[in-house]
Design a protein around this ligand. Structure first.
Ligand code: HEM
Length: 413
């Protein structure tokens, strides 16, 4: 590993900001302020004993995200420096997929994924989301109360992906259970990851045998000629990269809508679009809060900090969005939507942004049409967030409503 006297000096001066602490989940903004106090690049810990640089400055973030010569997405040189059981490995370990690839390999994987998702027409995706919402409202509707994270946002994404994969709804339970265990962490996480792996392996094996009108089949037949193993890894990533952030985009936006009576009362008559709430989330609690992890190919001076090679450089999308919002308030700049980097930028920018936005807005609109008097059980400030450096994720969003069944006669939305 390359070392430099200036690097040691930087580390000695700055106390690492511990993004793994429970306090970070309670009040991320004070942690972002502490990081920004270090300069454009702060010094943090992603887990106890796992150091990382964290970029909180927009100019520095854009420079890094576009500079593929200096920075790589390949974590393998770093991996040899961390314990095998480190809790961050699930999100950071190398796999042969578009997220961890550079150069030609990246273009090949990414293009095949983009082309495949492009085959999903908006009206088709909308219909799948509506069907998924119908399934879930059928389940929760009669009870008059629910947790919109565990009973809606999370299983919604399992249903939508499962249908895009050409599998029956019954399989979505299996997917949801595996992903749920992964989120619980600890021993459950390893079990969940194994079950999740089994689901994807079986799925691809079935599609190799017999193609269908679905995403994995389109990937297998893409002109890039990915092997079944490569397709397995891209599907694994699609679920990993898509499920959790979209679940959180849905539930974080719902928490803003339902916590704000003025918003919600106008929502059902269409005065204020759901997209407004989604944009608010992207500014205040963006789902993928800290990610965009790069590694300097060799030690380099970057925006005033000497970066060592093989140490993660994290983009704080959460801090960037928060500071952009503050700057906008100060100078009333517009348009606000362009000022956050919640979908990243550069070659690894989210390739499925439009699909994720459509899923989110349709799901919320449909749910609030079926259950127009959803009422939060807790005021928004009493909601709690999951610990961990990467995701901005509610632990639960309990609600009450008038019980109903979706096929109740005469009450179609
Ligand atoms: C249908 C849902 C989604 C799918 C399938 C999906 C898929 C992906 C994939 C495959 C990548 C890797 C691209 C590459 O490396 O070339 C990616 C990147 C990214 N996605 Fe998405 N995504 C989804 C939803 C979201 C949502 C809701 C957010 C947050 C607002 C988000 C934020 C990002 C960001 C920030 C990156 C850059 C990765 C990084 O930081 O390293 N995505 N997404």
């Amino acid at each position: 590993m390359t070392t430099h006297p200036a690097a040691q000096e930087t580390f000695a001066r700055a106390t690492p900001v511990r993004l793994w602490e429970d306090g970070f989940a309670r009040d991320p903004y004070s942690y972002y302020a502490a990081l920004a106090a270090h300069g454009p690049v702060g010094w943090a810990e992603l887990a106890p004993g796992v150091p990382a640089y964290v970029v909180t400055d927009r100019r520095a973030a854009l420079d890094l995200l576009h500079d593929t010569e200096t920075f790589s997405h390949d974590p393998r040189p770093w991996e040899s420096t961390v314990a095998d059981d480190s809790p961050v490995l699930g999100m950071m370990r190398w796999r042969p997929n578009t997220l961890f690839a550079d150069g030609a390999a990246h273009v090949r994987y990414r293009t095949s994924l983009i082309d495949t998702f492009d085959l999903v027409e908006p009206h088709d995706l909308r219909a799948r989301v509506h069907r998924a919402v119908h399934v879930l409202v059928s389940r929760i509707g009669p009870h008059g109360e629910a947790d919109l994270v565990a009973d809606f946002a999370r299983p919604l994404m399992a249903l939508v992906f499962n249908s895009l994969f050409g599998l029956p709804d019954s399989q979505s339970e299996r997917l949801n259970a595996a992903l749920g265990k992964m989120m619980e962490g600890g021993a459950q996480a390893a079990e969940g990851e194994a079950e999740f792996g089994g689901y994807v392996l079986e799925l691809i094996a079935a599609k190799v045998e017999r193609r269908g009108d679905d995403l994995p089949s389109a990937l297998l037949d893409h002109p890039a000629e990915l092997t079944p193993e490569e397709v397995t890894w891209q599907v694994f990533l699609t679920l990993g990269a898509g499920h959790e952030p979209t679940t959180n985009l849905v539930s974080n936006a719902l928490s803003r809508i339902l916590g704000n009576p003025e918003y919600y009362s106008t929502l059902t008559n269409g005065a204020r679009p759901v997209m407004d709430a989604v944009v608010e989330v992207l500014h205040h609690e963006t789902p993928l809060a800290n990610y965009g992890i790069h590694y300097a190919r060799e030690a380099v001076a970057f925006h005033g900090t000497w970066l060592r090679a093989a140490v993660p450089v994290v983009i704080s999308y959460g801090a960037l969005a928060h500071f952009a919002e503050q700057a906008d308030e100060d100078r009333e700049a517009r348009p606000r939507d362009a000022s956050h980097l919640s979908w990243s930028a550069g070659p690894h920018t989210c390739p499925v942004k439009q699909h994720a936005l459509l899923i989110t807005t349709e799901a919320i609109e449909r749910l609030t049409q079926w259950l127009p008097d959803l009422e939060p059980v807790l005021p928004r400030e009493r909601l709690t967030w999951r610990p961990g450096p990467f995701h901005r994720s509610l632990t639960a969003l309990p609600v009450r409503f008038s019980p109903r069944a979706p096929d109740q006669p005469g009450e179609l939305p």
